[in-house]
Ligand binder design. Sequence first.
Ligand code: HEC
Ligand code: HEC
Length: 335
Amino acid sequence: MNNLRKSKSPTAKWINRTLIISFLGISVFILMFPAVFSSGKFGGNQLKAHTLTRQQTPAIQQTSDTDDMKLILYGKDLIANTSKYLGPKGSVMHISNGMNCQNCHLDAGTRPMGNNYSAVYSTYPRYRARSAGTETIVKRISDCFERSLNGRKPDSSSREMKAMVAYMKWVGRGVPKGRAPKGAGMTKLAYLDRAANPNTGSMLYQEKCAVCHGVKGQGIINPDGKSFIYPPLWGARSYNDGAGLYRISTFAGFVKDNMPFGASHDNPILTDEQAWDLAAFVNAQPRPHKDQRLDWKNISEKPIDFPFGPYSDGFSENQHKYGPFKPIAAVRTVK
Ligand code: HEC
Ligand code: HEC
């Protein structure tokens, strides 16, 4: 064996090396530009059955009603390419900030632990403490428009709203009423014993996130100016301070299982501590403000990491924003 290897000509060695290097190069390229590969351009316009409920129900192609199918497919497109239709240069309305629902609800809201919609149809209408009332799916979608997309909600009777609701019904097909399938929504990380540290988060951010989301969190916009290749994490075009991701537990849970892009619940890249510190750093940066005076009418129902007082306990806004959260949790009756 050894002799054989030694006797290889220098040209053969050179070809070998070139092959290995180009293979590595192509792999890095694919890893670095997942948005391009996962975008509609390559994926076609067919709905793919997803792992969460695949066994439970037939695929959309088997829906007998073509009108239904058109509406569901339009709903999916609105989730995946929101900006194209409803962004600042959108073709239907200008009611959102240029982000797509899919930026935070991965694979159009079907990826396990990627903030998916599998439990939406089965669990709404439901009581939510933020509005102290029963919320419909339309109300919940409207909330993400007004907060995560820092915009305005489409009319509840619009084709756009109907399409998104129809799509969520399709994603949650076969899920029994009141139940959430395994892998629904996203993960909740255990609280750290310490406060999350924005300074550590800042270093981690430059090292692991800036390449796609930009050194100033501004994202990378498409040359046509209509949508982002990589969405912003803070600044004028990002989610506002009334959004779910502005609470650091939500941000940390999402990022632990899904970022850097390519990570998953089963193959995470970050540790819990890194996810918390990144959340603290990103949510310490400037972003649009939302008037939330009408939220959380019952202040004792505010989440532990909701960063705006008044509170029913004696802890400061700073501790409610960054932690340590365990001492707050210990005195809570409403968790
Ligand atoms: C910046 C990130 C972000 C974007 C963009 C975003 N969302 Fe959300 N969305 C979240 C988070 C985080 C939650 C859950 C956390 C919470 O309840 O506060 C959520 C929850 C939801 C839920 C409820 C899910 C459940 O199981 O209770 C629906 C429905 C929803 N979003 C729809 C949309 C739609 C439609 C769009 C686009 C118009 C959108 N979202 C855009 C972050 C986002
Ligand atoms: C290889 C590129 C890449 C890297 C590196 C990366 N992301 Fe992302 N990130 C994306 C893409 C692409 C999306 C949108 C996903 C989609 O639309 O399918 C995204 C979405 C997000 C979102 C939700 C949308 C938003 O803009 O608020 C958050 C939060 C986020 N990333 C945080 C991070 C953090 C924190 C890091 C570093 C640990 C990181 N990302 C590293 C590509 C990347």
